[in-house]
Design a protein around this ligand. Structure first.
Ligand SMILES: Nc1ncnc2c1ncn2[C@@H]1O[C@H](COP(=O)(O)OP(=O)(O)OP(=O)(O)O)[C@@H](O)[C@H]1O
Ligand SMILES: [Mg+2]
Length: 594
């Protein structure tokens, strides 16, 4: 959903509200800085008047009657003005930088937190690279604007009011002519701003597309190389990069037209002072001092407006970035009651039906009951919905119909984080991160002791290969554990799942990549591990399923058979057919004989 453009600005203001104590002084110092910045022109003009017209200036009111003394005083005032201008420059810029840092830091952390807390359904729609570009580029855009953009806007507003006031005080007739272009400039800026708002939103969107493509592409570098698809990837990048360029061009075009137009209007104001003010001076309706003040001040009033186009473009970029950022804050957050739960290990599915967005039902009428401490295997063809079961068990998604109970508590009524902490999961994709093996195993359970970690690794049959590394458990794994074998990664993932001694252990193809000898070893230790907890083992390997207390067979999105290995074989149904296909030659007992 797209919000009207203005509201992003209002929301931005709302978000920066907590930083009032930083931005209020920043605005104040900026105004003072701009004020002192204009003083030298007035002092110079006064000096010109003193020298050329040999007239007493306003300094006579302060008791300085000698013209040379007046010049000296002007020099002194000039020094003071410069010193104060520099002081307020320092004070304002440090405050703006501070605000920029505060805002970018807070926004980044809050947006990241929001993405993490969003429902899986909504985060699946988000492309990782696009999120990266929002959390990086778009927030940086905001930082840059706060550092400089606002300061420039204050300069324009300050100059308009201050110099405008001086003009109307000294020479109202000339003032009207000089000020006249300003409303036209402001109007032009507003009109163009309206026009380019959409373009810059588009630019940011295209930047997000580049991010999405880059992230996606770099993560599958190996696949790209093995399929010699480098050229295809390059062309893809070229396409989105070109898209970005074109979107930028559309946006830049309007800003580029605006700038010369503003210059022209500024020129008009300058000519008014030069010619009309000059005529009035010749006719002695205006004194030379005032004429020189006007001459010095007119460019100071109008030239900042030539930068207005650029400032407006920057502002529009920020609004576009803010829109994207605020979209993240609109993501639906995963919610669950605070009710804690102490899981004993019982799981009940009662007539559960579930469909992913816009899809036909993946699970239909699924019913089964698992008792605490039971070891149940789920088998079924690829795509039948086994991993979907796992998603439902963890509350990533909720069933469309039916209920899921933990022990006797409806999942809807318990705190999901509390529940998840009591479940150890080895998902189908093993994700390791940059850090030591120790950190990888104790991920999410930082209180784990070294002994617990080593024991978990032993139970996961990982200890031996870990000890082969010179640094053992302190070996630093690279990003995604990419220098480990697939099987080694799975063993670490199993260790990670069991280190926290969960009440329920869920394995989703946890041993798909380990060899049969390792699997046999794992089976023995897992039998130990499973004595103390419920185990849900989703697996293609019937050799592993065979060891379970009970096997649930899924077909067409529902449980069609349940029973022990031998019960199911005698039934001669789906499971018996699977068993025949895989062949007994792969069963654990045979491996042990090898
Ligand atoms: N996030 C998703 N959005 C939409 N459809 C999905 C999503 N995840 C899975 N599916 C679909 O749901 C069905 C079940 O997928 P699931 O991952 O549960 O299968 P599986 O039994 O685990 O398969 P495998 O044995 O290959 O792991 C598949 O048809 C799949 O295309
Ligand atoms: Mg799966």
């Amino acid at each position: 959903m797209k919000r009207p453009l203005g509201s992003a600005f209002l929301k931005l203001l709302y978000f920066v509200r907590p930083f009032r104590s930083t931005y209020m002084p920043a605005i104040f110092y900026s105004f003072l800085n701009k004020l002192f910045n204009l003083m030298p022109e007035i002092l110079l003009a006064t000096a010109v008047n003193t020298v050329v017209a040999k007239e007493n200036s306003w300094l006579t009111n302060f008791g300085f009657h000698d013209l040379k003394v007046q010049l000296l005083v002007l020099g002194l005032l000039m020094m003071i003005t410069y010193a104060l201008e520099s002081l307020f420059e320092y004070l304002s810029s440090t405050r703006w930088w501070n605000l920029a840092q505060l805002v970018q830091h807070t926004f980044r952390v809050q947006a990241f937190e929001r993405v993490q807390k969003s429902t899986l359904r909504s985060s699946l729609d988000q492309k990782t690279g696009n999120l990266l570009s929002i959390l990086n580029d778009d927030i940086n855009q905001l930082e840059r604007f706060l550092e400089e953009g606002i300061n420039n806007i204050i300069e324009i507003i300050g100059a308009t009011f201050f110099i405008g006031g001086v003009f109307f005080y000294l020479a109202p007739k000339v003032g009207i002519g000089v000020i006249a272009p300003i409303p036209i400039i402001v109007l032009a800026i507003f009109l163009v701003r309206k026009k380019i708002g959409f373009y810059y939103f588009n630019v940011r969107k295209k930047a997000g597309n580049i991010g999405a493509l880059l992230a996606n592409s770099l993560l599958r570098l190996l696949t790209t190389k093995s399929f010699v698809a480098e050229e295809i990837e390059k062309q893809r990048l070229e396409r989105v990069s070109l898209d970005y360029r074109e979107a930028n061009f559309e946006a830049i075009k309007w800003g580029a037209v605006l700038e010369p137009a503003i210059r022209f209007l500024v020129l008009f104001g300058l000519l008014v002072t030069l010619v009309y003010g000059g005529i009035l001076t010749i006719e002695e309706k205006l004194n030379v001092g005032i004429y020189s003040i006007l001459m010095f001040l007119t460019p100071r009033l109008l030239t900042p407006f030539t930068d207005a186009a650029e400032i407006m473009v920057d502002f529009q970029k920020v609004i576009a970035s803010t829109e994207r950022l605020l979209d993240l804050f609109d993501l639906p957050v995963e919610q669950s009651p605070n009710t804690p739960i102490a899981v004993k290990g019982g799981i009940t599915f009662a007539n559960v039906g579930f469909a992913y967005q816009d899809k036909t039902a993946t699970l239909r009428n699924v019913s089964f009951q698992i008792h605490p401490g039971e070891h149940v295997a789920f088998v079924g063809a690829t795509g039948v919905g086994k991993s979907t079961l796992l998603h439902l068990l963890l509350g990533f998604f909720f069933p469309d119909v039916g209920t899921i109970l933990y022990d006797d508590k409806d999942m809807h009524h318990v705190s999901l984080p509390v529940l998840r902490r009591q479940i150890g999961v080895v998902s189908q994709e093993t994700i390791l991160f940059e850090g030591t093996i120790l950190e990888n195993i104790s991920y999410g359970y930082p209180e784990a002791t070294r002994e617990q970690i080593v024991q978990a690794a032993k139970n996961a049959a990982a200890h031996d290969f870990i000890m082969q590394f010179p640094q053992g458990y302190d070996t630093v794994l690279e990003e995604r554990g990419q220098y480990l074998s697939g099987g080694q990664r799975q063993m670490l993932a199993i260790a990670r799942a069991i280190v926290r001694e969960p009440s329920i252990l869920i394995l989703d193809e946890a041993t798909s990549a380990v060899d049969y000898a390792t699997e046999a070893m794992l089976a023995t230790t897992l039998r130990e591990v499973s004595k103390r907890r419920t185990v849900v083992n989703i697996t293609h390997k019937l050799s592993a399923a065979k060891l379970a207390d009970r096997i649930c067979v899924l077909e067409n999105g529902t449980v069609v058979e349940q029973g022990t290995h031998s019960e199911l074989l005698t039934k001669e149904g789906v499971y018996a057919r699977f068993w025949k296909l895989q062949g007994e030659s792969f069963s654990i007992t045979n491996v042990k004989k090898l």
